[in-house]
Design a protein around this ligand. Sequence first.
Ligand SMILES: NC(=O)c1ccc[n+]([C@@H]2O[C@H](COP(=O)([O-])OP(=O)(O)OC[C@H]3O[C@@H](n4cnc5c(N)ncnc54)[C@H](OP(=O)(O)O)[C@@H]3O)[C@@H](O)[C@H]2O)c1
Length: 285
Amino acid sequence: MKIAVTSASGQLGSEICKALIKEVGQENVIGLARTPEKAKWLGIEIRPGDYDNAADFLSSLEGIDAVVILSANGDPQKRIPQHRNIIEGAKQNGVKKIVYTSICGSDEGDSFSPVVKSNRQTEEDIKSSGLDWAIGRNGLYLEPDLEYIGKYIEEGGIKNCAGEGLSAYTTREELASAYAKMAIEEKHNGLTYNMVGEPITQFQLAELINKVFNVELNYTPMSVEDYTEERKKALGDFLGTIIGGIYAGIRNGYFNPPSDFEKAAGRPHKSTEEIIREYKAKHNG
Ligand SMILES: NC(=O)c1ccc[n+]([C@@H]2O[C@H](COP(=O)([O-])OP(=O)(O)OC[C@H]3O[C@@H](n4cnc5c(N)ncnc54)[C@H](OP(=O)(O)O)[C@@H]3O)[C@@H](O)[C@H]2O)c1
């Protein structure tokens, strides 16, 4: 069984390749990448895979049994045709199954909703492709918060507009082990899973970071408007609006759906504390 993974040069794509190599061997995993040289370190065959170039997928998906499509990361409207390029390449090459990494969240109600909406459209495109499929809706990654601890200390704590909302964070590594199973096991076909871990508030996130890193972060809630404005100034309009929308989504409970992680991965999700401890050990913190 040959399995291809798109965006193999990225952090989630490379983790999924590594998880698949463990399951089916490196000769059966093919990485697709817009920038192939960035994925060479994986030690597997890398083929061209620019989402904007339909021809890449017509040639690169030859001889592939299943393809894992990672959601694109640009303008939400552009993502729909980008993903369609891959779906079409899969159809033309007789690929049997598509696994898609979608996103949790609401397709209306906050400034992240356009991204969610475009992901939902791709889910529909995949379901109507005629191929077998399995879809995961990813929770938010915890890693960016851990990478940001130094900044949080500098800034005097965690500040955002999530309020009392719960977010069931996950990590790329946790997701990757589940997506590898979803690609190779037939029992996931035709199912859409919420790929999330343990739900926590921002207050609990601060407490867990304090416990593991022996620091003293506080969480300060902000209004959605103030936080989004502040992020737009720091990150520019596109990214600032998306980040503001994500935290507004946490506030509204959109990132705390019932978890299907165990069904997908065949094991429970790691606890948030375990993830933070592992992160600290890995980074000699
Ligand atoms: N759940 C979350 O919290 C969360 C957070 C951020 C993003 N996401 C989503 O999850 C996806 C994967 O996340 P990540 O952490 O792996 O992101 P990442 O490390 O930034 O990787 C992004 C990947 O997208 C590739 N890419 C961008 N435009 C492309 C195009 N036109 N054609 C082919 N590849 C393209 C990049 O390729 P190059 O190496 O050529 O640049 C790179 O491999 C993101 O794309 C985004 O949709 C989710």
